[in-house]
Design a protein around this ligand. Structure first.
Ligand code: URA
Length: 203
């Protein structure tokens, strides 16, 4: 299938990428994994140590929580989704990606979105949410609704690492955001709780 081939070609190109200084410190590029034709795309921040070693996004503790929430709230495992990060190489010491690194890597994420053409994009945490919504607002303000995103809808939620740090309430809000994504995907047979209310967020 054309998209699959193009995504694989892009992954091969990214594997040799030297567009920013992160190339020097990585074990491998963590391009993204999952169904190249997925309706649901999840976007995190950057690979950590486990991901750098394994070559797959969200395989550490955050990933275990993400897998659990996907199973419990959406009834899917990661193979039915596509999971990628804003930045494809591990920042040293797990520091935040720098603006130049985000800018250098951005074309890969843009191409992934164009090729996968998801119906719903779930952004995990401040980095992905701010980048894709082109805003300075924080995730606490942004989450709780969905936004138009090209032909798709974008649902911002917390990063699973924040949920691991903060626990109960943040996990509950992540669950609610994933249920919102489920409704937008048409995967839910139940009416959305609180569906009669303010119109979902604008651009
Ligand atoms: N955190 C992220 O944002 N992405 C990963 O792949 C792992 C941890």
């Amino acid at each position: 299938m054309a998209e699959t081939t193009e995504l694989a070609d892009l992954a091969r190109e990214a594997a040799g990428c030297t567009r920013c200084a992160l190339a020097a410190g990585r074990t491998q590029v963590v391009f993204g994994t999952g169904d190249p034709e997925a309706d649901l795309l999840l976007v995190g921040e950057a690979p950590g140590r486990d991901e750098d070693l394994c070559g797959e996004p969200f395989v550490g503790r955050s990933g275990k929580l993400l897998d659990r929430l996907l199973a419990e709230e959406l009834g899917v495992d990661r193979r039915r989704c596509y999971i990628a990060n804003v930045v494809k190489c591990r920042p040293p010491g797990n520091r935040d990606p720098r603006p130049a690194e985000v800018a250098a890597c951005r074309p890969y994420l843009a191409a992934q979105i164009d090729l996968i053409r998801p119906a719903v994009v779930v952004t995990l945490g401040n980095f992905a949410s701010r980048l894709l919504l082109q805003t300075d607002q924080g995730i606490t303000r942004l989450r709780g609704t969905s936004y138009p995103f090209g032909d798709a809808r974008l649902v911002p939620t917390f990063h699973p690492a924040a949920a691991l740090r903060s626990g109960g309430e943040v996990v509950a809000q992540m669950r609610a955001d994933l249920v919102r994504a489920k409704h937008l995907l048409g995967w839910s047979s139940e009416p959305e709780a609180g569906a009669v209310g303010p119109v979902e967020g604008g651009g």
